[in-house]
Design a protein around this ligand. Sequence first.
Ligand code: G6P
Length: 616
Amino acid sequence: MCGIVGTIGKTDTLPFLLEGLGRLEYRGYDSAGVAVLSGNEIQTRKAVGGVAQLVAEVEQNPLRGNPGISHTRWATHGGVTTENAHPHLDASGKLALVHNGVVENHKHLRDELIGRGHVFLSQTDTEVLAHLIGEAFDQNSDRNRSALLHAMQEALRHVRGTYAIAVIHADLGKFLAAARSGSPLVLGIGKEAQFIASDAAALDGWVQDIIYLKDQDIAALDGESFHLATVNGGTATAPKLRKIQVEARATGKGIFPHHMLKEIHEQPDTLREAMKGRLIPEESTARFTGLHRTNEQLRDLKRIILTGCGTTFHAALAGEYMIESLSRIPVECDYASEFRYRNAPLDPETAVFAMSQSGETADTLAALRESKRKGALTLGICNNVFSTISRESDGGIGLRAGVEIGVAATKTFTSELVILAMLGLILGRIRDLSQADAAEIIESLERLPDLVARTLERDALIADIAAKYAKTRNFLFMGRQANFPIALEGALKMKEITYIASSGHPSAELKHGIIALINEETPTIVLAPQDDVFEKNVSNIEEIKARRGPVIAIGTEGDNTLASLCDEAILLPAAPGFLSPFLNSIALQLLAYHTAVALGCNVDKPRNLAKSVTVE
Ligand code: G6P
C-alpha cells in the first residue's frame, strides 16, 4: 500500500513525480504529496484525494526542484488529512521522507523522541522515521552524504516493521537516498536521471534499466552514479541490471465507462491468453514451463497448499475442488495471513503455491518465505511476473491477464481459476487421470472463452436486476461445491464496490443459522446451475421462498424450474460442471458492477481499498 516515487537528474522533477505517481494510485488514493529541493530548501505540496487533486494543488501553487520525492497514501496511522499526507519532514524541516510500510514500534519510538524534545505534526508512523533519521544526521558533525546514509542505518536498526523509504535533504544538494525492508522498491538507472519507485510500472517510458532492490538494501543516488549498501552496514550483493518489461498497459477504458467493466469484458481474451501454448491436446495434458519441475518431481508431491488473500484466496478455494478431483492430491487452502503464523508442518513433499495477482501482498510474501524456511517447495501464481513473490519462489506460473486497473479484481480471478484447473490437469495426468477424461477437460477448456463471451451477453439483463435491488441493505450469496467459493467472491465483490453488507455461504449451511436472516428485504443470490446438486439447491430456494425471501437464481439455459420459483433468474450458457464457477463468477461481477453504478459509487476506486496490500 502507498506508492512512492523519486527522481534526481538534470531537469525539473515534477513531470515524473506526478505522472509516475499517477501510475501507482492502485496502491492507495487517500491523499498525495510531493517534496522537492528548490534552491537550498525543501518545498512540499500535499492534497487530500488522489493524484489529480495533487496536480491541481501544484497548478495553483507551482513548485520546481531537483531532486524530488512523492507519495500516494493508503492511510494506516492517522486519518486522511493533509497533515498526515507524505512527505514528512524531520525536526529541522530540512529532511523530507516518503514511506510505504508500517513501523510497528512507532509508538515507542515516538515517545522516546518526544522525551528528547521532538514535536510531531501528524499522527503517522512515517513522521517518526523522518525525525529519527534527521536526529541521527544532525548529531553527526560531518554533514555530508555518507553521514545521511549512516543516519539511515542507525535509525533503521531501531525500526520494527516494514518500509520502503526515500529521503532528500536540503543541505545535501543533488542526493537522494532510499532503503527497503519488506516493501518493494525498484531503481531506474538512466543517463540523464535516476529514479526510485514502488513498482516498475511508474518508470515505464522514463528509463530502460532497472534494479529491484533487495530487503535491507540502501541506495544512494546522485543523478549520475549510484551506490548500494545495506541497513546493517554489510556489503550489498551485486545489483542485477534488468531491462524494464512492464506488461502491455491498458491505458484507456476504450468504449467502457469504467476500467472494471472493460476488464470484465476482457475475460474471453485473458482466459485464451492464460491457456495459449499451455494446453497440449496431443498428450491430453498441459504444461507450465515456469514451474521448472519435471513430471518425476511433480509426482513426488504428497500435498499442496494454496495460500493467498482476498479474491485470490477465493480462487484458491475453488482450485481446491478442481485440483483434488483431477489429481487426487490433498489440497489445503489457507489465508496467507493465517498460514504465516499457523506453524503448519511442512516438508519437501509439500508444494506451497503463493498466489497473488500483484505478487506483492505482504501476507502472501511472508507465507512464501515461511514455507521456504521450512523446506517446502514454493511456487508462485502471479499476474505480475516481475513481482517480489515471482522472484522469490522456486518456480511459478504467470496469469497473463494484462494490467488490471480496477481495484476490484475480476479478470485476474478467472485467470487464477483457469491456471488452477490446468494445474489439476497436469498433476492428474501424471497420476490417475485417464487420457479420455483429460481430453474431455481440454475440449471444455478450449470452449471456455466462447462460453464466457456468451455469458457477457447477459450484461443488460443483469443491469436491470441490479437497478431493481440496488437499495438493498443486505445480500446473501449461496453456492455448493466449487460454486461455494464463487458465492464468497460474489459477496466480496458486492461489498467492495457497493458497500452493501453481503455474505457468502455454502447453500447447505442455510438451515444452520443463516436462515435467521431471511426476510422480505434480504435478497439471496443462489448459484444453481444444472448439475448433480441442482435439486438440493432447489430445496434451499424453496426454504427461502417459504419465508418470503427474494431469490435471484443463476442457473443454466433451458432450465424451466428457476424462472417460476424465483423472483429473478439469470440463465447462463450450458457448460460442463467444472466450468460453471467461471460463468457464475462473471455474472456476479456484473451484478456487483451494475449495483455500484446504480448507487453512484466510485467503481474503479472504492472507498478505503487499495489494489495491492503491502502492509500486514
Ligand atoms: C487486496 C485487494 C484485493 C485482492 C487482495 C489480494 O485486498 O483489494 O482485491 O484480492 O488484496 O491481492 P493479490 O494481489 O495478492 O492477489
